[in-house]
Ligand binder design. Structure first.
Ligand code: TRP
Length: 450
């Protein structure tokens, strides 16, 4: 059985070396496994939550798409698309929103962190919190459940979101599944072996620490960044401690075990930091040089990337569109005409004769008796109040057997116990009058029988 792997990349920045080692490279390797069915997408709706700069969103979508393709993602083998090209995702988000407990979202880390910060600053707890931030986990659940992903490779900070997606999926299955499990329950996949890369200063490489090494900058930018890696003050010839040098950690993340062993021995042997940096630079150039060329070529042809993404979206929607149809059906958003039940009710209503009351301009009340096809069978006399008119329609049915039908010149009258209570329309011939009388009796009998 194939395992469906799905992950999203929020499009707010430019990928750096940490993203590459921690997410992009392992995801591409995983996508090549024979039994893998991978869905990788640009989470650009999520980007809107964090960023209100349209140019940055636009640029980031292009750069991230180009990065994944340049690093070897094969769009024929995986499904590679933009979240915002799949209208079924926001639609599913709403269906899920309606079964998601508010209390669950109150406990989301990202939201809680904002609240804690506000409280500490003496502000309103929800200051600056948008509904986008608050509902972020529901949108993410829709991303995952839309394609019934089994495994979701994410960073540790996202584990809670995947667990919420499970909760929401279970709740939906329970409420609407009627024995059928609409959603598979997803699991977060944390790559224990993937190193969290240290940045220039030794803390986790992250844009928010401003300590990143660009992935596809120029060769010179790469060299400059490597030269800014912080080291201790040991002089050339002095033994270095590889296990306490993040420069070594960075090297190790891209080297073969043999290369790393040689580097380690040389550091212990007193390799100068300047020389060590030169070697790291060369290693990174070897790993990234070719992909960088590819990246530059891709970035200069945005139309080609657009085509690839739209093709990916069409592939994704082949799954999303019919599945969402099923889900709409499950919650009751159904076509009216396709339902046997509703069809029957409609037919019955159509075929039925009926009384219709109305008010005259002089304030009195009358009713008409209409055949199923809407032709008028009777017009009642005037009543002073609507209740009396209503009672008479009841009597017409209850005493249908004793109605006194009296033919006239052009029309017939209907009496009850000697009192004329209604008259028919006018007819040209006596035959038509007779015909209309029997139609009337039949219509009343049918109505009574129901
Ligand atoms: N929230 C994720 C992040 O910031 C990105 C993301 C959006 C995602 N939707 C997803 C990841 C679905 C996995 C599955 O990293």
């Amino acid at each position: 059985m194939t395992t469906r792997i799905l992950t999203g990349i929020t499009t707010t920045g430019t990928p750096h070396l940490g993203n590459y080692a921690g997410a992009i490279r392992p995801a591409i390797v995983a996508s090549r496994a024979a039994d893998a069915d991978s869905f990788y997408f640009l989470a650009d709706y999520h980007a809107l939550i964090k960023c209100d700069d349209p140019l940055r969103i636009q640029r980031s979508r292009l750069e991230i798409a180009a990065t994944w393709l340049a690093c070897g993602l094969d769009p024929d083998k995986v499904t590679f698309y933009r979240q915002s090209d799949i209208p079924e995702i926001p639609e599913l988000t709403w269906l899920l929103t309606c079964v998601t407990a508010k209390g669950l979202l109150n406990r989301a880390h990202a939201y809680k962190a904002s609240v804690d910060k506000n409280v500490a600053a003496g502000e309103d707890p929800d200051a600056g919190v948008t509904m986008g931030l608050y509902s972020y986990p529901v949108l993410m659940a829709a991303d995952i459940l839309m394609f019934n992903a089994h495994r979701v490779p994410v960073g540790r900070d996202q584990i809670q979101h995947v667990e919420m997606a499970r909760d929401i999926a279970q709740r939906f299955n329970h409420l609407f599944g009627a024995g059928k499990e609409f959603f598979a329950l997803p699991e977060a996949l944390i790559e224990e072996t993937v190193a969290t890369l240290p940045g220039l200063d030794g803390r986790k490489m992250s844009k928010s620490y401003d300590n990143t090494i660009p992935l596809f900058g120029t060769s010179k930018q790469l060299k400059d960044a490597v030269n800014r890696i912080v080291t201790d003050s040991r002089q050339p010839g002095e033994p270095k401690d590889p296990d306490n040098a993040h420069l070594f950690t960075l090297y190790q993340a891209f080297a073969t075990p043999e290369q790393a062993a040689v580097f380690r021995a040389d550091l212990l042997d007193g390799l100068a930091w300047g020389e060590a940096k030169q070697r790291l630079f060369q290693l990174l150039e070897a790993e990234l040089g070719e992909a960088r060329e590819h990246y530059i070529a891709l970035i200069s042809r945005p139309d080609d990337i657009e085509d690839i993404l739209l093709t990916g979206a069409a592939k994704a929607r082949k799954i999303a569109t019919p599945f969402l149809g099923e889900l709409r059906e499950a919650v009751g958003l159904r076509s009216l005409s396709a339902q046997a039940g509703a069809g029957k009710v409609k037919k019955k209503a159509d075929k039925r004769a009926r009384f219709v009351s109305f008010r005259e301009e002089d304030g009195s009340f009358r009713f008409r008796f209409l055949a199923a096809d809407g032709t008028q069978l009777l017009l009642s006399k005037a009543f002073m109040d609507p209740k009396a008119a209503g009672q008479m329609t009841q009597r017409l049915q209850a005493e249908a057997d004793t109605l006194e039908l009296q033919p006239g010149d052009a029309q017939f009258t209907v009496g009850l116990k000697g009192e004329v209570i209604a008259q028919s329309p006018s007819f040209d011939t006596m035959e038509e009058q007779q015909q209309a009388m029997s139609t009337l009796r039949k219509a009343l009998a049918e109505l009574v029988a129901e």
